[in-house]
Design a protein around this ligand. Structure first.
Ligand code: LLP
Length: 383
């Protein structure tokens, strides 16, 4: 069990996100070590967590940013990232967002459709600028992950299907205010096997070979994000296997000389450093169940309700050996407001603190105010 400064928690209003900055720094150092290759550029997918305290740490470590909205571009710039360190993706970029991105000199637009290309060209022309773009390809690879977070299949809304690529490339090369920098891929999230990434490498090799034959070379290849984490046992794997991940691309992707390889990692960077800390309000004995009713709800951490995800739950107040089964539920008026069923936990009393682990990614950032609740606050911890 991770160590939490429980005595300090007693003064704090719950629920809140607890961030272990020491673990975040160790994770960032490991990314730096294992991605050491002059051709590699790692971007942090800011959608996973845009808390300014977290962003500043990530910025200081030298990573770039993958943004999917004007708001994310501004959050990155506020945290000290430079425009050229930002890549900007998304199927529905508005005109205002495109203008904002161009005015801030974002490094690359990851373009998801032909009509989007026309609009970027038009807006860049009106500003007297040239937009760097990568075409997002839908590689039709099954990443074996939850259907809501798989993105690389032909039926998904993302990217350009491979059979449309020749026409689009031909068009891009004719547009005056667009500079074709490369190709972008992303096959899904929470991928815990290396196999789908190897399939991605094969697909990219094949596509590159075809285009080399036609005399087109790309300056950048962006393989997206997706590296998964150990939700079941965060203390066994507090830092994901970045070594194996980067090695897979180093060994299997045939990069051209001078070509850059871009990554967009979100979850694997921040998930394990965060926990949602909540207080137990009531222990309620039902006829068939015992409920631990906590003050955090699906509004604070929606992943269990939305994806059926499970975050490890720990009773960090009680070292008690006597264990019981509990359904750990929140206060929101929805039956899906449940963090765990039949959880075997040390005997819970009113006032105990529970930690919902691995909540640093897609936790705080996805919080809502449903039921007129206040958003959770955050607490930073350094050893
Ligand atoms: N690049 C692109 C184009 C993406 O769409 C995503 C995530 C990433 C990078 C970062 O992927 P990561 O390294 O974090 O797997 N809310 C969901 C996850 C949605 C992911 C969406 N795209 C969850 O809580 O599981």
């Amino acid at each position: 069990m991770a160590r939490f400064p429980i005595d300090e928690f007693k003064e704090l209003a719950t629920p809140f996100y607890f961030y272990d900055l020491t673990l975040l720094d160790r994770t960032l150092a490991e990314i730096k070590r294992t991605s050491r290759d002059e051709r590699f550029r790692v971007h942090y997918a800011i959608k996973a967590n845009a808390n300014p305290g977290i962003l500043r740490r990530i910025q200081a470590s030298g990573l770039g940013v993958d943004a999917v909205s004007g708001g994310e571009i501004l959050a990155a710039i506020d945290a000290g990232f430079h425009g050229e360190q930002i890549v900007y993706a998304g199927v529905g970029k508005t005109d205002a967002e495109i203008r904002l991105a161009l005015n801030n000199g974002v490094g690359c637009f990851n373009v998801e459709s032909e009509p989007e290309l026309d609009i970027i060209d038009e807006i860049a022309s009106s500003l007297g600028l040239k937009a760097n773009i990568a075409l997002r390809i839908n590689p039709n690879i099954d990443a074996h992950t939850h259907e809501y977070i798989t993105t690389g299949l032909a039926e998904n809304k993302f990217g350009i299907n491979l059979d449309q690529l020749p026409d689009i490339i031909e068009k891009v090369l004719r547009l005056d205010h667009i500079n074709l920098s490369g190709l972008h891929f992303h096959i899904g999230s929470q991928i815990t096997e290396i196999e789908p990434f190897l399939m991605l490498c094969e697909t990219i090799n094949r596509i590159q070979d075809e285009w080399t034959e036609r005399g087109v070379e790309f300056k950048t290849i962006n393989v997206g994000g997706g590296l998964g984490i150990d939700y079941a046992d965060p203390d066994r794997h507090p830092i994901p296997d970045f070594e194996g991940y980067f090695k897979a691309f180093r060994n299997h992707l045939r990069l051209r000389p001078e070509q850059e390889l871009h990554f967009e990692l979100g979850r694997s960077v921040v998930a394990q450093c965060g926990s949602l800390i909540t207080r137990v309000l009531y222990v309620k004995e039902g006829t068939t169940k015992r409920f631990a009713i906590v003050d955090a709800g699906m509004t604070d951490l929606i992943r269990p309700a939305l994806y059926n995800a499970h975050h490890r739950i720990e009773n960090i107040s009680s070292p008690n050996d006597v264990k019981h089964h509990y359904d750990v539920v929140g206060p929101i008026c929805e039956s899906s407001d449940c963090f765990g069923k039949d959880e075997m936990l040390p005997a819970i009393r009113r006032g105990d603190f529970l930690a919902l682990r691995s909540a640093g990614a897609y936790g705080e950032i996805m919080a809502s105010q449903y039921n007129c609740r206040t958003l959770p606050s955050s607490y930073f911890y350094e050893k």
